[in-house]
Design a protein around this ligand. Structure first.
Ligand code: SF4
Length: 340
């Protein structure tokens, strides 16, 4: 493993540079919140040197026919992050496509990464299966891990937050980097996993919560929408009416309670099992908790929306920090490969 130290961020006692990207494909939902946003906030508070970027080129792998919505989705995602509590004074927020060096380095990694490594990525096959019929597999989807490896290495990312089940994904990035370094010299930093909690939050149909499955509850949904969406959730099929004993462990509503109703969890578990609690009331409790939990977030987001130019300012400030690092990395790569 190489190499040059990452560019220090402002502040003396920063920990390693953490890299996380997010595809702008629509509003955040509870699955994102529990799986990513809470981690991003924690890492900010723990004083890691956080580089958080809008992965808009990655968005094209599946949404290349929806570019009319890209600007609004990007704007929305930055506002979501800020409303959640990310502080651009403490973390670097930038947009992938604002750094053209990323594209050049992706071309280089595309040449040095064996095709077989990409074809065997399990998530490639899963993504194909989940894709809408309107889409067909594209080169970008196959090459997603190559671009991801560039995203991390070009800004000298040292740590990538992953759940235990995603360590293998990062291993491919590490393999791509090791191969590059073996071919051209000890040039690139090999990122390490930063193990983080990554719970799978079920959607209304019991499958993983997802925008494309339309089984989600949005974090900026208004109270009426939250109640409507919670009502649509499946429950334990064996519990047909109040009085029937239920099994919280198979119920998607209970999975959300586990995350968002910690104070009521024990009571709900007991009263579900005894039959004392009916599913309609149980869902009302959940909706109340969700409405309350995200009330401050919704207010803050509305306030941020009124600040014209805010998103542009944040992205420009982030770019000013991230791009020089990318330029330096690419210059090193070009020199190592005898270009220029
Ligand atoms: S009472 Fe609640 S936890 Fe039990 S099955 Fe119904 S919705 Fe699920």
């Amino acid at each position: 493993m190489h190499a040059a130290d990452p560019t220090p961020a402002t502040g003396a006692a920063r920990k390693g540079r953490v890299l996380t990207g997010y595809r702008p494909t629509g509003p955040l939902h509870l699955g994102h919140w529990a799986g990513n946003i809470e981690n991003m906030l924690r890492l900010q508070d723990e004083r890691y040197d956080c580089f958080y970027f809008i992965a808009d080129w990655h968005m094209l792998t599946t949404h290349y026919d929806r570019v009319d919505e890209l600007a609004a989705w990007t704007q929305g995602l930055v506002l979501d992050w800020l409303a959640a509590g990310l502080d651009p004074e403490r973390v670097t927020i930038y947009r992938q496509s604002d750094i053209p060096e990323v594209a050049e380095m992706a071309l280089v990694f595309g040449m040095t990464t064996p095709l077989g490594w990409l074809e065997r990525v399990p998530s490639f096959k899963e993504r194909l299966r989940d894709m809408d019929e309107r889409h067909s597999a594209n080169f970008g989807l196959l090459g997603y891990p190559v671009l991801q490896a560039v995203d991390i290495t070009i800004v000298k990312g040292e740590l990538v937050p992953v759940g235990q089940d995603q360590v293998a994904h990062l291993e491919l990035t590490r393999e791509i980097v090791r191969r590059f370094n073996a071919l051209y010299g000890d040039v690139l930093l090999e990122p390490q996993p930063l193990l983080s909690e990554s719970p799978t939050i079920p959607g209304s149909d019991g499958r993983k919560m997802s925008k494309s499955l339309d089984n989600y509850i949005g974090v900026r949904d208004e109270p009426d929408e939250i109640r409507k969406r919670v009502k649509s959730f499946l429950t334990d099929p064996q519990k047909v009416r109040r009085g029937d004993p239920g099994r919280p462990e198979v119920c998607p509503v209970f999975a959300l309670h586990s995350r968002f109703s910690p104070g009521d969890l024990e009571r709900i578990d007991t009263q579900c099992r005894t039959g004392e609690l009916g599913c309609v009331d149980c869902k009302t409790i959940l909706a109340d908790h969700l409405i309350e939990t995200f009330a401050a977030y919704r207010d803050r987001r509305r306030e941020l929306e009124r600040q014209s130019g805010l998103v542009l300012d944040v992205l420009e400030a982030g770019l000013a920090k991230a791009r020089p690092v990318a330029q330096e990395t690419l210059a090193t790569v070009r020199a190592a490969m005898r270009f220029g």
